[in-house]
Design a protein around this ligand. Structure first.
Ligand code: NAD
Length: 335
């Protein structure tokens, strides 16, 4: 396959994707068609005639979609994200379709967003912003809490978790961590401590999630773990929505047995996120309920969205496709 002739169907394309990929593609010269709809069982036939499909976190890549892609002649799935919990890897392997991802683009982009929503939550920035916009400079009800001296529990200390732990240490928080595969050398260097998960739930004032979504981590935050937490602990999730059992979280928020949550991801986000629903009715009662709490902040899966990250994502995704077309081994290949 020659680079210039390789045809890419690009799903769920937003304006910033078109800009960053068109700019980086000047170095690759692939033929890219941008589709603003998701790749789903209903839309998969649109891949007919393309060599590669380029997808994001809320595209569907289950057995049925992969079978259709195979029939359409697709040879590669280029994920323009790190997480691949939405991909049936076994079906892709059976179909002989290659998959590559972008394992790292800017861990700082995600960690800085996690820090931003943590501070926005604990200092009530959304409420303060709305007040001053309408000329109300009263401070009652805006009392926050120093994070300095409190304890942060970091779950998942890979690329993003490490940056987040270092950021939180920078504002004077004590760092405790849990990881299924701890990096003890880094922890010793930083003076941070790995502890058992249950202890982390019990001791943390801030719990921040940076592990991948797997069978083991699905609903890691559930009724049991929430019951172990301090009543004023706050949970930050920039990982994947299903790390938290939303039903259990809402229950704890209503009972006031948890201090708040700042969420960049939501377990049923694929229907609503990355789209404008402001003039429509949100039928997901769980999402609406979460949005209604004064101590919950939700952003629409935007932690990755910095110019630095977008440039790196486009560059690595296109390089992954080039490696595939030129039959080069790549460490970013999943299948
Ligand atoms: P990474 O692979 O570098 O780190 C993940 C860490 O989690 C590893 O240290 C791993 O050992 C640990 N881990 C694995 N299983 C675990 C378990 N059962 N319990 C505890 N820890 C476990 O990944 P990363 O680049 O740091 O990204 C972390 C996650 O962040 C990704 O999986 C993705 O879901 C999410 N993410 C979100 C956004 C966003 O925009 N919101 C952007 C990028 C990544």
């Amino acid at each position: 396959m020659e680079t210039g002739k390789t045809k890419i169907a690009f799903y769920d394309a937003c304006s910033y994707d078109k800009e960053s990929f068109s700019e980086q593609n000047k170095n690759f010269l692939f033929s890219i068609d941008f589709f603003d709809f998701h790749l789903t069982e209903k839309t998969a036939l649109t891949a007919a005639g393309y060599d590669v499909v380029c997808t994001f976190v809320n595209d569907t890549l289950n057995k049925a979609v992969i079978a259709t892609l195979k029939k359409c002649g697709v040879k590669m799935i280029a994920l323009r994200c790190a997480g691949f919990n939405n991909v049936d890897l076994d079906s892709a392997r059976e179909a002989g379709i290659k998959i590559a991802r972008v394992p790292s683009y800017s861990p700082h982009s995600v960690a800085e967003h996690a820090l931003a929503i943590l501070l926005a939550l604990t200092r009530k920035i959304p409420q303060a912003y709305l007040r001053t916009r309408s000329g109300n400079f009263m401070l009652s009800g805006l009392t926050g809490r120093d994070l300095n001296g409190l304890t942060a529990g970091v779950i998942g200390t890979g690329k993003i978790g490490k940056v987040m732990a270092e950021c939180l240490a920078g504002i004077g928080m004590n760092i405790i961590m849990y990881d299924a595969y701890p990096d003890n050398e880094w922890a010793d260097q930083k003076g941070f401590k790995y502890i058992p998960l249950i202890e982390l739930f019990q001791k943390s004032d801030v719990i921040t999630l940076h592990c991948p979504l797997t069978d083991d981590t699905k609903h890691l935050i559930n009724e049991n773990s929430l019951a172990m937490m301090k009543n004023d602990a706050v949970i930050i999730n920039t990982g994947r929505g299903a790390l938290i059992d939303s039903h259990a979280l809402v229950k704890a928020l209503k009972k006031r047995t948890i201090g708040g949550a700042a969420l960049d991801v939501y377990e049923e986000e694929s229907r609503y996120f990355f789209a404008d629903w402001s003039a429509d009715v949100i039928k997901d009662d769980m999402l609406s309920r979460l949005l209604s709490f004064p101590n919950v902040i939700i952003t629409g899966h935007q932690a990755f969205l910095t110019t630095n990250a977008l440039k790196a994502i486009a560059d690595t995704t296109l390089q992954n496709i080039k490696d595939f077309t030129e039959k080069r081994e790549s460490k970013n290949t999943l299948v």
